[in-house]
Design a protein. Structure first.
Length: 296
């Protein structure tokens, strides 16, 4: 593992370098890399001691990480992320979530109305972050991948299953040729036996990442199939081999992780596909989904 001789010029270049070299990093440096990708605001504002505590490493590892990517030290690396925060008083999403979680965890569970209010507030934070975090160009590329695919295979296991099921159902209702991989009887790989270069695999998976999803993506990549992953990290096992990754960070309330942001993203993908698939005819009154009727 060799260190770079020239540091990245900006935060985007650093992110690209981390993604490119992630698999070659040591275990400790991978922990730091994931935090740098997921929490850029914290990296910009916190001390090295705090960053070390939150990533579970020694402060010297933070410095070693910075030097690996060509910086003289951690402070030089941190300055790359400061520019994006200048002129903004908006608190980073990660910090807001930590404060919210600490407040909730200190409270005893009262009535169901309190629990509902906690989940509403946590999901509002996640949805607000989704609108800022998902790149519009990436979203447009995802819709294009769906539109151009001959068949869309959709997979999601355990906690991810509801999101995958919704995507498969909604795209089918929009007349897209769909294969929903439900892995009944452990037959996930057999369900993609016909997948090929003209198809698309949409895989939904979050930490701790289902082995079935990882194996499906590997199988699809071997056969030249494009892969769209919806995941919680750009360096997750389902993200690295994918053609495109849409990152979603869900709310976690009293140790229960939500799916509200993921379902919102899934809805946006389907509706965008519907409007992109059939452009509105001239003179047609507005109100239809681009001329395509979505079945109820």
């Amino acid at each position: 593992m060799t260190e770079r001789t020239q540091a990245p010029a900006d935060a985007d270049e650093l992110r690209a370098a981390i993604l490119d070299e992630y698999e070659t990093l040591s275990k400790r440096l991978k922990q730091i890399a994931r935090y740098v990708l997921d929490e850029p605001s914290a990296v910009a504002l916190e001390t090295v001691a705090v960053l070390a505590e939150r990533t579970g490493v020694q402060p010297s590892a933070i410095v070693r990480f910075a030097k690996h990517f060509g910086f003289d030290g951690a402070s030089q690396m941190q300055r790359l992320f400061v520019d994006g925060l200048l002129g903004s008083t908006t608190q980073g999403y990660g910090e807001r979530v930590r404060e919210f979680t600490q407040t909730v965890d200190r409270k005893a569970v009262g009535d169901p109305g309190q629990v509902l209010a906690e989940f509403v507030e946590g999901n509002v934070l996640a949805l607000q972050n989704l609108g800022r975090a998902v790149d519009r160009d990436h979203l447009a590329r995802a819709v294009k991948l769906i539109s151009q695919a001959e068949t869309v295979y959709v997979a999601g296991f355990r906690r991810s299953f509801p999101v995958a099921a919704y995507l498969a159902y909604s795209l089918h209702q929009a007349d897209k040729k769909i294969v929903f991989i439900d892995s009944v009887g452990g037959m996930a790989l057999q369900q993609v036996h016909a997948i090929g270069p003209r198809d698309l695999l949409v895989a939904v998976s979050y930490h701790p990442y289902a082995e079935e999803a990882v194996h499906l993506i590997d199988a699809a990549a071997i056969r030249g199939c494009k892969v769209l992953s919806i995941s919680d990290s750009m360096v997750s096992p389902v993200a690295k081999p994918s053609t495109l990754v849409l990152q979603v960070r869900e709310a976690e309330i009293r140790k229960f992780r939500s799916l509200s942001a993921s379902m919102c993203l899934a809805q946006a993908l389907v509706i965008s596909y519907v409007f992109a698939a059939v452009p509105p005819a001239r003179g047609r009154r507005s109100g239809g989904a681009g001329g395509r009727r979505v079945k109820k």
